[in-house]
Design a protein around this ligand. Structure first.
Ligand SMILES: [Zn+2]
Length: 267
């Protein structure tokens, strides 16, 4: 599943390539992904220009002059940026064709992605309205995290993975941030001190920024946007040695999700 860093790397690449491009044609080969596709998309977009590309959590938001095109990659979706109109392959569900020769192709084997068209303020759209602060913005810090976790019995890992608390922190980066902050994932959120909350907020920002940096410098296959190998310290390394103390990492499940931590480094 693409996590926030991959979506941000995708956003930056598309911003470099597509801002100023004008939609010429939209080809829809399916009627629905996770939600039904807007039926009038092929009539709405042609002629409109992309003014900017924003991100909210794991949603991409294309500012198209009179409205916003919202794209979520779901579990298995990715975008390919091509030129001309090469024949579509299996699972190539949508083509956005631009008048400068660019083709943006949405590929999604499991069809859990989302495409929506929004008039007005996209932040008020039902899909975006309840999303918490962006982890890379200044509004997300230790005192915020400390405030929202008071009296909460839920584990700190599940709390930071709740998108109404903070946007877009998925399972991989929740594991990595808690390791960096030396906090056990199964601690009740309400037991964190202000100092621990501050360290965790900083760790979340750091693991995301490091990963975005890796994605920015990774030379992706010419046409594929999203997905790149990532240097992870604990996620996917259960029973391997802790990179700090060399004790075996513990793997368990928390809220149904794979959770890896070091019993001696994380308290
Ligand atoms: Zn350790």
């Amino acid at each position: 599943m693409p996590e926030l860093p991959e979506v941000e790397v995708t956003r930056r690449r598309l911003e470099r390539e597509l801002v100023g491009s004008r939609f010429k044609e939209v080809v829809l080969r399916v009627k629905k992904l996770r939600l039904p596709l807007p039926t009038d998309l092929a009539q709405v977009l042609p002629g409109l220009k992309i003014l900017s590309i924003d991100r909210r959590g794991k949603y991409l938001l294309f500012d198209c002059e009179v409205g916003w095109l919202l794209v979520h990659l779901g579990m298995t979706g990715f975008l390919r940026l091509l030129r001309g109109t090469p024949p579509p392959g299996k699972h190539d569900h949508i083509d956005f064709i631009f008048d400068d020769g660019h083709l943006l192709r949405f590929h999604d084997p499991r069809k859990f992605g989302t495409i929506a068209w929004i008039y007005g303020d996209p932040q008020l759209h039902p899909l975006l309205k309840g999303i918490g602060p962006e982890p890379l913005n200044d509004t997300f810090d230790g005192s915020y995290l400390f405030g929202v976790s008071r009296n909460r019995k839920v584990s700190i890992k599940q709390l930071i993975m709740n998108s109404s608390v903070v946007a877009g922190v998925g399972n991989i980066y929740a594991n990595e941030a808690l390791f960096r902050a030396r906090i056990r994932p199964d601690r009740a959120a309400g037991t964190l001190t202000l100092l621990e909350s501050t360290e965790l907020a900083a760790a979340i920002r750091e693991v995301l920024e490091v990963s975005i940096g890796e994605g920015d410098t990774f030379r992706v296959a010419e046409d594929t946007v999203a997905y790149y190998p990532q240097a992870l310290k604990v996620y996917g390394r259960g029973r391997k040695r802790c990179p700090s103390c060399a004790e075996p990492l513990e793997e368990t499940r928390l809220g149904g999700r794979s959770t890896v931590f070091c019993r001696s480094c994380q308290k």
